[in-house]
Write a protein that binds this ligand. Structure first.
Ligand code: KIV
Ligand code: ZN
Length: 557
């Protein structure tokens, strides 16, 4: 039994003339990774120094220019990691490290010591401003909370001017739990901090508005951000940053709407690691932009490598259905999806269009280092199109439409028999067992084709033998082409009553080893159509092998 009446519904702010719903995202924000701080502090086993260094390097390689590296005043380990990054020369010149600190004097002093020698640093200080925390944690009124922030700002300003020079220091302030704070109060406390810091348009402060705990639907956060921006005095002296968490599972949505509301900078982590349900997932948000034709400014072209590093260093796992990165997100099991993807792939190759237009796949998996092969996976719910897609994309066999139904039924029966999905290789083996390595009641012996020029059209003559149950029979026939001539010849061993229904052929490998594959559909005397496949370097031989294949199969199915 649930008890919904014990929860207080969030009261949205009044913003009747909100502007954000009519806007669209058309450029990426300034990204700031908080993997090494918010992400790391939420791990069962926080990263050790080599892991943090590897993670930091990867973040730089991806293109992050602002990286929160830790909470150096919180522990000796955190302090040492910050020092190693600086003293070990791990920080590229164009990357700014960010350090988090509470608005408390001794912690602020220690933090400034931690960043000595860095080229660029952001000192990020915070105190909680939320209604609930004021009531149950700090037991202070708004004035008392503002006093904490302003005193912190005063000391930070003083230390910044002392250390500025060796290090290019910028300042960030977070009214922690912004979304649980009366928005007018958030504006007021940030304005007081800005004034104390002396922010100017040339020397902006970063005002970070954390959705520390998601309070309601993402539109309410966007309203708060828009309201904040519209009411902040001296707005041009601040960069508005957001820091969404994911308690309601809408961290990405909240971040996207907050960008529409005017935020310019986004803090988050790779794959959404972080406290409780995590921080905003920058991979998803960045690739959402990418799917809209916007370069996110972060290089996500090798998601598998990124994921491998992330999982190894953090000990976390990326869920199979995680957007863009999960094992199953570029996989279609359902027949109708497979069919549509297959058609989309064909459409793109035929039309040569420059845009990605494949149903069910928001982006090209290859763009982020994912393979095509697992896009379509074969289980008993998959349709004929899925098996055809794998055969074509993984092995180069273009199974004709007419034959796909027959092969689809074979695949379905095999999945039902095994009670599981088939790998691409298993699918190929199934095809071979059913069409190539079949029992041969009738086999081709020696043979030759010749042409006889006769009016009105030249005719083809087949001369050779068919081995029937191990006994060789000489046969010959004349027809308007090799297949027709062969058909006529095999009627001499009683193989008649078959009607030719369809014929397709193509090359299956390139270079000197090139082979042809022929697919032939024959209607047998009882009216059922059966397909046969022949493979040979000589297309005529491939075709007559396919005829015999269809006949041999027709005796089995
Ligand atoms: O979630 C949060 O509010 C934070 C702040 C310290 C920025 O991580
Ligand atoms: Zn956070």
């Amino acid at each position: 039994m649930l008890h919904a009446d014990k929860y207080i519904p969030f009261q949205p702010i009044k913003l009747s003339d909100r502007q954000w719903p009519d806007r669209v995202i058309c450029k990426p924000p300034i990204w700031c990774s908080v993997d090494l701080r918010d992400g790391n502090q939420a791990l069962e086993n926080p990263m050790n120094l080599p892991e943090k260094l590897e993670f930091f390097k990867t973040l730089c390689d991806i293109g992050f220019k602002e990286i929160e590296v830790g909470f150096p005043s919180a522990s000796e380990t955190e302090y040492e990691i910050c020092r190693e990054l600086i003293e070990g020369g791990h920080i590229p010149d164009d990357v700014t490290i960010q350090v988090l600190v509470q608005a408390r004097e001794h912690l602020i002093r220690r933090t400034f010591e931690a960043i000595k020698g860095a080229k660029n640093a952001i000192v990020h200080f915070y105190n909680s401003t939320s209604t609930l925390q004021r009531k149950v944690v700090f037991k202070k009124d708004m004035k008392g909370i503002t006093e904490i922030a302003v005193q912190g700002a005063r000391l930070i300003r003083e230390l910044t001017s002392r250390y500025q020079g060796d290090t290019n220091i910028r300042i960030e302030y977070s009214p922690e739990s912004f979304s649980g704070t009366e928005t007018d109060f958030a504006v007021e406390i940030c304005a007081a901090v800005m004034q104390e810091i002396g922010a100017t348009p040339e020397n902006k402060i970063i005002l970070n508005l954390p959705n520390t705990v998601e309070m309601s639907t993402p539109n309410t956060y966007a309203d708060q951000v828009e309201y904040f921006i519209r009411n902040l005095p001296n707005r041009e002296s601040a960069i508005i940053s957001i820091h969404p968490h994911n308690d309601r599972g809408t961290g990405v949505a909240a971040a996207e709407l907050a960008l529409l509301a005017g935020a310019e900078r986004v803090e988050g982590t790779l794959f959404g690691n972080g406290e409780r349900t995590g921080n905003l997932d920058i991979v998803t948000m960045g690739l959402n932009m990418y799917a809209q034709g916007i370069d996110p400014g972060l290089d996500f072209s090798d998601i598998p490598a990124l994921r491998e590093m992330y999982e190894r260093c953090t000990g976390m796992k990326v869920h199979e259905r995680h957007p863009y990165a999960g094992d199953l997100v570029f996989t279609a099991f359902s027949g109708s999806h497979q069919d549509a993807i297959n058609k989309g792939v064909q459409y793109m190759s035929e039309s040569g269009g420059k845009y990605w237009e494949i149903p069910y796949l928001p982006i090209d998996p290859a763009d982020i280092g994912r393979q095509y092969e697992p896009i379509i996976r074969i289980n008993s719910q998959s349709g004929k199109g899925g098996a055809a897609f794998i055969m074509q994309n993984s092995f180069g066999y273009i199974i004709p439409k007419e034959m796909q139904v027959e092969f689809g039924a074979i695949v379905k029966a095999e999945c039902d028999r095994l009670g599981r999905e088939l790998s691409a290789q298993e699918l190929f083996n199934l095809f071979s067992r059913n069409y190539i390595e079949i029992e041969q009641k009738y086999a081709l012996g020696r043979y030759s084709f010749s042409e006889q020029a006769e009016e009105p059209a030249p005719e083809v003559v087949f001369k050779g033998s068919v081995i029937c149950d191990g006994v060789e029979h000489s046969v010959d026939g004349v027809g308007n082409g090799p297949i027709d001539a062969f058909f006529k010849a095999i009627s001499q061993v009683g193989l008649n009553g078959y009607e030719f229904v369809s014929y397709h052929q193509h090359a299956i490998s390139s270079g000197s080893d090139s082979k042809a594959i022929a697919y032939i559909g024959l209607k047998r005397p009882d009216g059922k159509t059966v397909f046969g496949v022949g493979i040979h370097s000589n297309i005529n031989k491939a075709s007559i092998l396919a005829v015999l294949g269809a006949i041999n199969r027709s005796l089995l199915v």
